[in-house]
Design a protein around this ligand. Sequence first.
Ligand code: DHE
Length: 525
Amino acid sequence: MPWPSLFRATILVALALGGAPATAEEAHSRALYAAHCAVCHGMDRLGGTGPALLPSNLGRLKPEQARAVIAAGREATQMPGFAAALGEAEIDALVAFIYREPETPPAWTVADIEASRRFFLDPATLPDRPVHDADPLNLFVLVEQGDHHASILDGDRLERLARFPTHLAVHGGPKFSPDGRYVHFVSRDGWVLRYDLWSLQRVGEVRAGINARNVAISADGRVLAVANYLPHTLVFLEAETLRPLKVVEVTDRKKSKSSRVSAVYAAPPRHSFVVALKDLAELWEIDWRPDAPSVFEGLVHSHEKGMVEAIPSSRGPFPIRRIDELPEPLDDFVFDPSWRHVVGSSRDGRKLRVVNLDVRRVIAEVPAAGLPHLGAGITFERDGTRLLAFPNLREASLTVVDTRTWQVVKRLETLGPGFFLRSHENSRYAWLDASLGRKRDTVQVVDKETLEIVRTLTPRPGALAAHTEFDRHGRWVLLSVGERDGMVVVYDAATFEEVKRIPADKPSGKYNVGNKIGRSEGTSH
Ligand code: DHE
């Protein structure tokens, strides 16, 4: 295109993309975006067939990696390479553009959520029993990050029953309906997918946010809660229809500051969701029952007005009970087995804080080190007391805490900082990766009785060995070798002998239906 017409088109496109461009250079990069990227990633950069291209969504991708993807495309996706069509300066301009915050913060309203809802089939046509003969409670859902698929594995025969596409970058544990029939995934782009494990079909999907963290399901299976980074919202959906029930703007009581939502977890015996916030020193507990009692938010001192102000009740649906006298945000935590306490880590990872959800305050502090990964914590009985064990993200160690006294009983040196820890009530052992260190190709097996490491395994030298999960009987341990030509390696949980290798494309988490709905003590919930 000759320069004058390109300039005119540039201005028009820039206006369409949100306001007059600040500089000709910026206008040019916007025009490049509109011409080459918008068709898949959306004029508003919120995503389409391709992912959203906003700084918060790209956070995990370095600019030089983005540059390489624009130039050469991305394997196993529809992203083509643009090196033949665009010069180096133009690719640089595009990289700068997608890492720039948009002038107006993107919104994702109830209407947007509703409009995004779509079904792949008529739910009324779903069969009333499983179409396969595998034990429906011993299925595994396996997330494969390489080509963005998920697989369903038979946990007895150790075979793949189905494989289907997901949205890009599914993250966090998929959540099962209480009968184990449906599973719900969330992608980092905010898409929630409902899948039927009886008919092995995708049922429907809805986009709950622009940048989401995780999803939780109420104990009755009726409500899904989605934690968003962008916008700053917590979204409640009806699980069966995927309709939005409520969108909660996440702010402090006085609506003066908003926050990203780090994660939302179900607390089944409490009929609630517990919500961790990234930017506010608050934890929220939200009753999901239709007849939930309203919550009086209390009296707070207003510094601006120099007086005590009454904050009105938070009424249903989904009334919010705040714990807002925390010294700092607790964005990674685990429940204790009584579901009365959450154990969270301080920002610098030097302290654990135990918060009692009933009295709504911190009741104990435990010295810590190495940035505990509490979300991966598990509990087990030993010598008549229940212990909580968790890996540390910045230290080659496993920490074990007594949940009665909140004292550290052991700090076990490991081969490297790890991400995940797994066990099962029928197994004497817990499995721990070292995926954040140099020995990322190893997993270590810890004896829960002696609290010592009894075996180190290297499933494939040089390849990432990460997430493990037991089958529902505690007989097998399935481990991910997280490479593009990766696999799930199945071990005998008692002898640690290898039983089988199931090829998989960059497998990450895997989730056993029975363990999840039965709330097995050795896995995450
Ligand atoms: Fe995760 C679970 C947060 C990076 C793989 N991760 C979770 C959960 C949270 C969380 C809050 C629990 C949600 C749930 O299950 O409902 N993860 C974070 C982070 O804050 C962090 C460090 C940075 C980020 O960018 O989000 C992070 N996580 C990663 C990864 O880099 C991993 C290894 C690869 C990926 O998918 O991006 C990763 N996270 C996982 C997996 C789970 C998970 C596999 C589920 C574990 C389980 O067994 O339940």
